[in-house]
Design a protein around this ligand. Structure first.
Ligand code: SF4
Ligand code: SF4
Length: 378
């Protein structure tokens, strides 16, 4: 049974009166069919905690906070100090998954070591796919019939999705949707979104026949021939283990030229698969907004100012609020401008799939008043 209790009596009262009484906020009229997003301009650890409290939710049981530890060399990832009070209050675990490409974040041990080097030392860390992956079926979607995550995903009763809103080369921007989709996906799931379900091979003649890939392949899909490894595509599960196992990097994600819209839809569908499994709430910080994401070892310097932070129980509303605030401050779609991809299709498609509401009211947790996004930076 889902262990979330959102103060139902307060919610019903609010609905009945068509008003919302947010903690510490003045009365703000919220029309029916409109979601609430809380906002703070000053990005501080205290305000991140207040953003959580403003949502008036009570996450029970074992809580995971989905963070991004930042790639080795990246300096734009969110300062761990920001989330510390909330993580401590919730007695939560910091959760992440290993990445698809080879590097420190590909392997559980070096991933945790890097996280600690980046300052995430104040709570337990759980790499969800440390002991393998699991899949959840999804129905009625265009691109997937299942989504793949780490086996530890099931161990948590609820998640706080703590996201860094910034640019992303292929997605336009990366916020909460991307933090859920790519962020919870196992390497095999990441491969299914980025590329095709089966790895490619290259430089196969350099194979030294160590047999590691064969031993680690869960599907018995690899044969070592005189010309190196061959994958039986009928057997391959797309788990991406061979990519990590081969020291000579003979296996690689098979790059396919995806239309931008298709990639964005893949992200959204993967996110849908995960949000259907567990209660989740969303806190997103708009700080250090570079054109590329925290997976980049050499992300460029931010191209726009810090914009504040938001929280909501509505995934689509929280993402739309970030996009609107960024667009209002920049004067036009910033991500279309710097990356050539808007990213807005993530929001539209998520709304189309019933994952949330594009209509929202923005409430300032510091003044308790409703904010007009277009006047925020005037
Ligand atoms: S992706 Fe997984 S199942 Fe497929 S060949 Fe590689 S290790 Fe085997
Ligand atoms: S792990 Fe790499 S080098 Fe070893 S057998 Fe497999 S392909 Fe060859």
């Amino acid at each position: 049974m889902r262990k979330i209790s959102i103060c139902i009596s307060v919610a019903l009262l609010a609905l009945a009166c068509n008003m919302i009484y947010a903690k510490g906020a003045k009365k703000v009229k919220v029309p029916q069919g409109v979601s609430v997003v809380y906002y703070c301009k000053n990005i501080t650890p205290e305000n991140i905690l207040r953003l959580y409290e403003a949502m008036n939710v009570n996450l029970e049981g074992k809580v995971g906070v989905k963070v991004h530890f930042g790639e080795d060399g990246n300096i734009n990832y969110l300062n761990p100090e920001l989330i510390q009070p909330l993580v401590r209050k919730m007695n939560a675990t910091l959760v992440e998954t290993n990445v698809l490409y080879v590097g420190k974040r590909r392997y559980t041990e070096s991933h945790i070591k890097l996280a600690k080097e980046h300052g995430f030392t104040f709570a337990p860390i759980d790499i969800l796919d440390a002991e393998g992956e699991t899949a959840y079926p999804v129905e009625g979607l265009k691109h997937y019939t299942k989504v793949k995550t780490g086996s530890h995903f099931a161990d948590y009763d609820a998640y706080i999705v703590y996201s860094h809103f910034k640019g992303h080369g292929s997605a336009g921007f990366g916020g909460a949707i991307k933090n859920i989709s790519m962020g919870f996906a196992s390497p095999g799931g990441k491969m299914a979104m980025h590329a095709s379900a089966i790895p490619a091979t290259r430089n196969t003649q350099s194979c030294v026949k160590c047999n590691r890939c064969v031993e680690q392949c869960p599907a018995d899909a690899i044969t070592i021939t005189d010309n190196g490894p061959v994958i039986d595509s009928a057997k391959c599960l797309g788990c991406a283990k061979c990519i990590a196992e081969c020291a000579l990097r003979i296996f690689t994600p098979k790059q396919t030229k995806l239309a931008s819209e298709v990639f964005l839809e893949r992200l959204v569908e993967y996110a849908k698969g995960f949000v259907e499994q567990k209660p989740m709430v969303y806190i997103t910080v708009m700080q250090n907004i570079s054109k590329t994401c925290d997976c980049s070892a050499k992300a460029p310097a931010p191209f726009m100012c810090d914009l504040g932070a938001v929280s909501s129980t509505d995934l689509v509303a929280v993402e739309k609020a970030c996009y609107d605030i960024a667009t209002a401050q920049y004067g036009k779609d910033p991500f279309l401008d710097v990356n050539g991809v808007s990213g807005m299709h993530q929001i539209d498609y998520a709304a189309q799939l019933g994952m949330g509401n594009k209509k929202y009211v923005l409430i300032d947790i510091e003044t308790g008043e409703q904010i007009d996004v277009n006047k925020l930076f005037k």
